[in-house]
Design a binder for this molecule. Sequence first.
Ligand SMILES: Cc1ncc(COP(=O)(O)O)c(C=O)c1O
Length: 417
Amino acid sequence: MLPDLYTRIPGPRSLFLAEKLQQYESRNVTYVDGDWPVFWERAEGTNVWDADGNRFLDLTSAFGVAGLGHGNSEVVAAMQKQSQQLLHGMGDVHPTALKGDLCEQLSAVTFERWGVGRAKAVLSSSGFEAVESALKTARLASGKRKVIAFSNAYHGLGYGSLLGTDLEKFHGPFGDQLANVTVRLPFGGDEIEQISPDEIGAVLVEPIQGRGGKVVPPPEFLPRLRKWCDEHGAVLIFDEIYTGFFRTGKMFGCEWDGVVPDLICLGKALSGGFPISACVGKESVMDAWPESTGEALHTSTFLGNPVGCAMALASLEILERAETGDMVNNAGCYLERALKNMEAPGIIDVRGRGMMWGVELDRNAGALLGELLKVGLIMLADGKEGSVLAFTPPYLISKEETDFAIDTIAGILAHRH
Ligand SMILES: Cc1ncc(COP(=O)(O)O)c(C=O)c1O
């Protein structure tokens, strides 16, 4: 669609909705200030329309969920068919056939594809729950309680996943309630070589850091972690909730370095829009869980929800087609070149892979995000200082849309300096 249609005029409906949120939603959840936020009403492909009819270009894939674009027709069809039949089953007690189908497909797309045999899965709803399933699995499999995690890591905000998440702003008042079991190391370094392994049961890492600022580690980093875990009986957990399903240009981020984890955490783009996540692991590690004797040791009400499973199965089918990989690679190469050629003041670094890029600026990008909304660009900022402008658009973004976005951002950066 024509880029000149992207001009935002905040209307009365958005103002009304903002006021309502301020009255009824808990403080701290949604940031409301002036023209922020945009109230999404519908979306298609790379485009989003708000409650006042304004159209935006989404450069976030809505937190990395809509890799295949908003409202992918095959995923929507799967969702519609399933929702007419059954909305909800009984996850760990009386499940649907779809739960087994999804676990089977998750095994096929990960450990079986990597040539290490069958994998087993624990399904859940949010990404952080998949991380918590992985931490519990590692505790059972290793018999050890401590966790190595890395600087600037983001693994979600549940009390268990906060053991891995570093960004201090999220620990805040809750830090003193967390068990003191985390050994924090610099991301990308070799400090693990000096760590006493006695109590370490898990090494939790994002193969490429997402919210920490789109940081690609040096190529020896993941192999070093693999070797250390093998030598010391620790479980290697890759959190691919962000990087999974082609976000970095390969099906999984770890494939860039050819390292196979023991457990992989998946979410976001798994379904393209339903809260469903999974911890998938080597059979030998996952079998540390005891047989169920009637009461599951770990489960949740919505585990294996049939609508989520149907959407995830439809997404996986599309993701496994050769043309999806080709589409991501073409779009990723174009985005990389365009970002690296972007000429604008205040840019310190451009880094990333595939369809996951960060442009580090010399200042916090918060105010810039508001200006970008005015010209129809939905973006987010990452990194400890909020100074990394994140580019994670849907894979089907066109060259024209990419050029439009980058020219517009360059123009605004030039104007601000
Ligand atoms: C790498 C990573 N892990 C975990 C999470 C948490 O997922 P959720 O917000 O669905 O709990 C995120 C979310 O951004 C993430 O990027």
